[in-house]
Write a protein that binds this ligand. Sequence first.
Ligand SMILES: *Cc1c(COP(=O)(O)O)cnc(C)c1O
Length: 454
Amino acid sequence: MSDQVKYLLDESRLPKAWYNIAADLPKPLPAVLHPGTGKPIGPADLEPLFPMELILQEVTQEREVPIPEPVREVYRQWRPSPLFRARRLEKALDTPAHIYYKYEGVSPAGSHKPNTAVPQAFESKRAGVRRIVTETGAGQWGSSLAMAGSLFGVEIEVFMVRCSYNQKPYRRALMEAYGARCVASPSMETNSGRTILAHRDDHPGSLGIAISEAVEVAAQSADTKYALGSVLNHVLLHQTVLGLEAMEQMEMAGEGPDVIVGCTGGGSNFAGIAFPFLGAKLRGGSNVRLIAVEPAACPSLTRGRYAYDFGDTAHLTPLVKMHTLGSTFTPPGFHAGGLRYHGMAPMVSHVAQLGLLEARSYHQIGCFQAGITFAKAEGIIPAPEANHAVKGAIDEALRCKEEGRSEVILFNLCGHGHFDMQAYIDYQAGKLVDQDYDEAELAMALAGLPSMAD
Ligand SMILES: *Cc1c(COP(=O)(O)O)cnc(C)c1O
């Protein structure tokens, strides 16, 4: 069909294995270090926090990691997700480019996060874990893990960044509907939380603080593990299911992408769409460009330092080498809550360091403008985070128009914005401002990097 809009894969073509980029990179990822000794850590060091199967996925060099059958069964609830050709958006932009988007908003939680929540909950259950503790910003990750926990019979406890806890009651309600316990962070339940509240009892919280609280609780009880919704290798691995599907769908469309665009908070949905294509390129295939788009208010890839840093504010995690703004960096308030993390996935940082991706940052008003243009043409309201990818794709399509080239652009529409309509209300009311991060704040956070920083 020459005017086809939607490319659907049958359930039988759901990938049987995730793709691991580590197998194809020219240089290995720098080691994870113990903060006390400065020496590389081993799998056993992570055992208090994660089930062993996930730790093995974290360090494996195998190109393919089988997706357990019970995980594929749950994936089938919404996977394979559709790939769309944005024909009306192309017309609206009057561009010769062909624009495709993979749509992850069809999952029960409305984003790509269940792709990793499901295998994480499954492996925890299989390892006899009673409870998983985690953090969440806007609630996308917390609600995804809450859903996965309810499916596999694992209790879920979520430390939710306090300002979101107060501003986003719907995702909190979603977590509670799935049976999870949701606590505003900083809380009085942990040492990390109590220390921060002692200094400032109305602290709005941050992802770094919520991670500290969750890690502290998990490390203290034998039947409890921790889970992270982004950043780690095994999370990126799980997300490759969406890029692997997109590869087959692009084949159905009879085209291959020249450019792939994704938004980056911790880097997982970007890696999910991009790494399978990057792997093919590294094995001698296409010459695809990868573009990672981040918010100008929290620009780890474009303005951070590539250095060893902690994943959390209280410095309870191991040290990982990544693009970081410093673990104490607090970004100004902006609407894409899922993009407010101080660091970037070590694997995405490594790929950037190898010169295999381009990074750019955008202010939020332009992103919402792009989101509205997209919604008016395609009917789908993107999540504020996804608007960064939408703007990246539109800018590429406009470049193609200027240069008179009909390149193929693929981007990941990582979630819908139905629970984020306050952001759209603020945008329509002209209340959004293009905040920049504070230079002094960044300088101070970078000065606080641990001594083995480089
Ligand atoms: C969590 C989230 C992000 C950011 O996380 P990544 O790991 O960078 O993908 C982006 N978009 C949505 C919709 C999210 O829920």
